[in-house]
Design a protein around this ligand. Structure first.
Ligand code: CU
Length: 571
């Protein structure tokens, strides 16, 4: 280790001292309990988690062996007590700090009366260790222990979550930080994880049921979105839109679409804390602070900024990118962004507003104990454009077909002329007078990644489809329950093209393999594990078949549950 490395390492440790302290505390009972057997820790004796108070620090577990205890607990959020599924009694779950090259052993002790699972999001692991019940293994039965073991082939910011039912929505989510081996990243003084999540005191099963009965029951801006869809089906796209102009004048708002809002359903959390609790981290002015943002929400896309501070994006989905300085970035569900900031004043607000501006969460980066900055107001919403609904041809070149003849009742519409540009930050970020990140600015820098870019020998094109009225989300209009797996051969290089035939953003996650996003001209752009596909957008990425059975799905949990899920069989 050269001098520079030692210096960086020391800084890393100094910066994380409070977290490491917490980690030692939290490892002790774990060690004590393993001597007594599996079911001795946590369980019913866990104290209620209170997200309204900034008392609980997220524990950090380090090393090569981990014990995770999953149990039903209760959590208080906004003064309301509701059921939580927690790992080691913590919301979010403990941050797991690991080292590239290590083989880690993670024992997951299921202390519940229902089965569970943990998926290591973005980690390349043997498929039996990937943690998707019904695809990669049978799940972890009630009151039993499953041991995961795999070698860490990568470094960076990742996360982990349950892949069973709605357990992720009720708290089974946490950060993974893997230190690089033999490489040094950007010099930094402080290193902190920022986990964004959405919380609901309502039963998620009931929420899905409600969405199926009336997809717009919680739509913040859309009193009559279904009407627009039925107009399109009855007449044609152009007539329906002409009619929409009239709606606009009537102050009705067919704008962007989140199906669960911050108005009625969700409270947003940073590191498990509400805005009122104000999660805060003390840093020093002038220091280079790395913030590892993880969107661990079930259903919420966030737009993040720290007013007054430029953020330099240095990595996404664990992969280093050429640094780009911006004011705002959109983070889809399951994506991660590492940014570096240099605090200049006593208090800075970390502000994450959701995509439809129906809610936000704020936390503080402070150079003085107790310092706090003003909370900004949420940005205004924008109208969806014709391009959002119809693709590249927009208003002039109406060409959309009636979906009902294409995919029968399961899809509302089909976009025949999708747009392929990656430089659109997305709805509600287009008219902001600040520098907003877009995908075309993300460029992988690792030469090894470029070396892996082979010409694909085959292309697979799939459409992302939806029927809002029945709340069916699917690939090519076929729900997972009716679908056959997508087949790829081991080692085969395949270009996957997705066309979004819906008016929502879908953060698409393919397990087990990297998704190498291409520019519209086919050139390699950036390596990711989760790619946001915007309304009426067509994107392409290349993958190399990794042997196993893998999940491929929209990471909006309710879309996944409603059918936007496929198995990819690499055999
Ligand atoms: Cu989706």
């Amino acid at each position: 280790m050269n001098k520079q490395n030692i210096l960086n390492r020391r800084r890393f440790l100094t910066g994380s001292s409070t977290l490491l302290g917490a980690s030692m505390l939290s490892t002790l009972p774990t060690m004590a309990s393993s001597a007594l057997g599996h079911s001795s820790r946590s369980g019913s004796q866990g104290a209620t988690i209170n997200s309204d108070q900034n008392t609980h620090k997220v524990p950090v577990l380090t090393g090569k062996e981990f014990d995770l205890y999953v149990s039903k607990q209760s959590a208080i959020v906004n003064g309301k007590k509701s059921m939580a599924t927690l790992i080691n009694n913590s919301l979010p779950a403990p941050t797991l700090k690991m080292r590239e090259g290590d083989t880690v052993v993670i024992r997951v002790h299921n202390q519940m009366d229902e089965s569970t699972s943990i998926h290591w999001h973005g980690l390349l692991v043997p498929f039996e260790m990937d943690g998707v019940p019904g695809i990669s293994f049978d799940g972890i039965p009630a009151n039993s222990t499953f041991t995961y073991k795999f070698k860490l082939k990568q470094s960076g910011t990742y996360w982990y979550h349950s892949h069973s039912g709605f357990q992720e929505q009720t708290g089974m989510l946490g950060a993974i930080v893997i230190e690089p081996k033999g490489r040094e990243g950007h010099p930094i003084d402080e290193d902190h994880v920022i986990v964004l999540s959405d919380w609901t005191s309502r039963n998620p099963h009931n929420l899905l049921k409600l969405l199926k009965q009336r997809a717009d029951f919680d739509n913040y801006h859309l009193p009559d979105f279904k009407k627009l869809l039925s107009d399109i089906a009855e007449t044609d796209m152009k007539t329906a839109f002409d009619k929409r102009k009239m709606w606009n004048q009537m102050r009705m708002m067919p704008t962007d679409f989140t199906d669960l809002s911050g108005e009625n359903t969700f409270t947003y959390l940073i590191n498990g804390k509400t805005t009122a609790a104000n999660w805060a981290q003390i840093v020093k002015a002038g220091q280079r602070v790395k913030l590892r943002f993880i969107n661990a929400s079930a259903q919420t896309i966030f737009d993040v900024r720290i007013p007054g501070l430029k953020m330099t994006v240095v990595a996404t989905d664990g992969i280093d990118v050429a640094p780009v300085a911006i004011d705002d970035f959109r983070i889809g569900v399951a994506e991660t962004y590492d940014v570096i900031v240099t605090p200049t004043k006593d208090g800075h607000t970390i502000f994450a507003q959701n995509i439809d501006r129906s809610g936000y969460v704020a936390a503080t980066l402070a150079t003085k104990e107790g310092a706090c900055a003003a909370t900004p107001t949420m940005d205004k919403i924008e109208w969806l454009t014709m391009a959002d609904m119809m693709g590249a041809m927009g208003a002039d070149g109406y060409k959309a077909k009636h979906a009902k003849t294409e995919y029968d009742f399961k899809s509302d519409m089909r976009v025949d002329s999708p747009r392929m540009n990656l430089d659109d930050p997305g709805i509600n970020l287009r008219k902001i007078n600040r520098e907003v990140l877009n995908y075309s600015q993300l460029r992988s820098v690792d030469e090894a990644i470029f070396a892996e870019q082979r010409k694909p020998t085959r292309e697979i094109e799939l459409h992302l489809t939806g029927n809002m009225e029945r709340y069916i989300w699917a690939f090519d209009g076929v729900k997972f329950s009716d679908a056959t797996p997508v087949n790829i051969k081991p080692g085969e290089r395949v270009r996957i093209t997705l066309v979004n035939d819906t008016m929502m953003n879908h953060p698409m996650h393919l397990h087990g393999m990297w998704s190498d996003l291409r520019m519209p001209n086919g050139e390699f752009q950036v390596r990711k594990h989760t790619i946001m596909v915007q309304p009426a957008q067509k994107i392409s990425f290349d993958v190399t078949g990794e042997a196993g059975r893998w999940a491929w799905h929209c990471h909006l949990l309710y879309h996944m549950e409603a059918g936007m899920f496929r198995e990819v069989a690499v055999i």
